[in-house]
Every structure is written in structure tokens, then in C-alpha cells.
Ligand binder design. Structure first.
Ligand code: SAM
Length: 284
């Protein structure tokens, strides 16, 4: 038998983002069968496990000790123990610890198995009413307002939905930045307290949403995801014009294939579409 076959499995287990009923049957089975549960906050996960009637050995893994823990966990996995990694809520690694451990396990040839379930980003997108065919997940925007604004400027022409995590005490400031960076009619959705008692979806322009927050302080409470729709018709037209300009400039220096590839990288548009556009531009 090879070493790989003898070593244990690392399970990446998603847990509820609010409603306990969202735990999967497989997650419950895996959490009760593993030798060790590696958790972001052992007290928090201890409460979840006890609500599920599971008793398990817990080990804390958070952003400050993940590096150290990963070699310890690899030794345990290599000796044949199985481990479940969970975060406080949702899917580990998604704006949560776990990346360092998963990368190290994969490099060490240890099997990593997903046990999928809730994540606030997908949950919010699924009910937002904003285009869901393509989207960009930003995680948390920078805390500092000038850095946040600079990042939003980079994302302003995004032709698909933007999704950000946000903390309640920065919501107002972030919306102020959205208002100053985006055109006045850009649609924003705040998905708050998803799957919990006070679940709320608010849609509107940044200005309208700031108005709602002014009249209802409850709308600033709890956990939230902010989604920003793609630019509307008028701006798509502007975008097409600037894409043509970009393509023209790139074609001055590069052959069509390379020009299309470069503009695809800059705009997030499909290379094939841009290549076809270069062909059209070449027509007399
Ligand atoms: N790993 C988690 C996931 O898969 O969604 C995300 C962890 S991140 C540290 C926490 C952030 O996720 C919160 O600040 C909030 O932006 C978002 N979030 C988590 N639970 C939520 C909920 N029930 N409703 C709205 N947003 C939530």
C-alpha cells in the first residue's frame, strides 16, 4: 500500500450561515466520524456540534496559527487520522481560514474532500435578482475609504455582478463610496441576515439605500453581503466605444489574436468576441 492510501482524509465541511437546518446530512455524518475537527473558533463550533448531538475532539485553526497548524495537521493526516476543517459559518476558505492548510495537504499528496453547503456569496446572489450568469466576488473591500474607493474605481466598468462581504459598521461608509464612484442609477442590493430571523433584501441605487438606512437603523444591523449590478445600457454603450478604442490601440502594436487576448485581460470580456470585433474593425 502506498503512503497516500494509508493517510487520512481532510474534509472541508461547510456549515450553516444562520439557519441550523441548512447543515447537510453528509456534513453531520462526516463531523461525527472524523478523528479531529479543526475549527476557526472551537467554542463556536463546540456549540454547533453539541446542537447536532456530536462530540468531537476540536483543534483551533485561525488566521494567526494556520501556518503552524498545517504541519501539525499534515503529520496527523499522514499517520492515518481523518480531519474535518470548518469555519465559524459557511464554507471554509471563502473569506475564512483554510487556504494554507488545503494547499499544504494537496502538495503533500493528502486527499482533500469537499463537503459542500452554504456560503453567503452564493446565497445572496441566488436571491438578489441581479444577473447571475457571471459575477465577481471581491471578499471584503479595503477598510480604508481611499483604498476602497480606488478599488471600486478599478471595478466600475465591470460587465457583470460584483459581490462583496461587508461588516455592519462599515456599511454606510461603503455605500457613500459606491455613491461617489458609480453612476447615479447603478443598482445595489444589500442581502442582510440571510437564513436568519431578520433576513432582509434591500434593492436600490446607493442614494436610495442610504436614505433607507437613515430612516431605519435596524437595516445596519447584523451580517450582510453587498451586490452591485453591471453597468446599464447607456454605460454598456460607452464601454463598447472604449473597448473599440482599446482594440484599435492594441492592433496598432500587435497581431489580432494577441490584441484580443490583451484587451480580454483588461476588460474581462471574452477573447473570442473581441477577436471577432477586430475582424469587423478591419473591414473597409
Ligand atoms: N465563509 C463564509 C461564507 O462561506 O459565506 C464567509 C465568512 S466571512 C468571515 C463573514 C462575512 O460573510 C460576513 O461579514 C458577511 O459579509 C457574510 N455573511 C456571513 N453570513 C451571512 C448571513 N447570514 N447573511 C449575510 N451575510 C453573511
Amino acid at each position: 500500500m502506498s503512503t497516500e492510501q494509508k493517510s487520512g482524509i481532510l474534509y472541508i465541511v461547510a456549515t450553516p450561515i444562520g439557519n441550523l437546518e441548512d447543515i447537510s446530512r453528509r456534513a453531520v455524518r462526516v463531523l461525527s466520524e472524523v478523528d479531529l475537527v479543526a475549527a476557526e473558533d472551537t467554542r463556536h463550533t463546540g456549540q454547533l456540534l453539541s446542537a447536532l448531538g456530536i462530540s468531537a475532539e476540536l483543534l483551533s485553526v485561525h488566521e494567526h496559527n494556520e501556518e503552524k497548524r498545517s504541519s501539525q495537521l499534515i503529520d496527523q493526516l499522514a499517520s492515518g487520522l481523518s480531519v474535518a476543517l470548518v469555519s465559524d459559518a459557511g464554507t471554509p476558505l471563502i473569506s475564512d481560514p483554510g487556504f494554507v492548510i488545503v494547499r499544504a495537504c494537496r502538495e503533500a499528496g493528502i486527499r482533500v474532500v469537499p463537503v459542500p453547503g452554504p456560503s453567503a456569496v452564493i446565497t445572496a446572489l441566488s436571491v438578489s435578482g441581479l444577473p447571475s450568469d457571471r459575477f465577481q466576488f471581491e471578499g471584503f473591500l479595503p477598510r480604508n475609504s481611499s483604498k476602497r474607493r480606488a478599488r471600486l474605481e478599478e471595478l466600475v466598468a465591470l460587465p457583470h455582478t460584483l459581490i462583496c462581504y461587508e461588516s455592519s459598521h462599515r456599511l454606510r461608509d461603503s455605500l457613500e463610496d459606491f455613491r461617489s464612484v458609480y453612476e447615479a442609477d447603478r443598482q445595489v442590493v444589500i442581502a442582510r441576515e440571510l437564513t436568519k430571523q431578520y433576513e432582509t433584501l434591500l434593492s436600490g441605487t446607493p442614494d436610495e439605500l442610504l436614505g433607507v438606512l437613515e430612516t431605519d437603523a435596524n437595516q445596519v444591523r447584523g451580517e450582510m453581503v453587498i451586490l452591485v449590478g453591471p453597468s446599464a445600457g447607456k454605460n454598456s454603450e460607452e464601454l463598447t466605444i472604449s473597448v473599440d478604442k482599446l482594440l484599435k490601440a492594441a492592433l496598432d502594436e500587435l497581431p489580432p489574436g494577441q490584441a484580443a487576448a490583451m484587451v480580454a485581460r483588461l476588460t474581462d470580456m471574452r477573447k473570442k468576441e473581441l477577436y471577432q470585433r477586430t475582424m469587423e474593425m478591419k473591414k473597409p
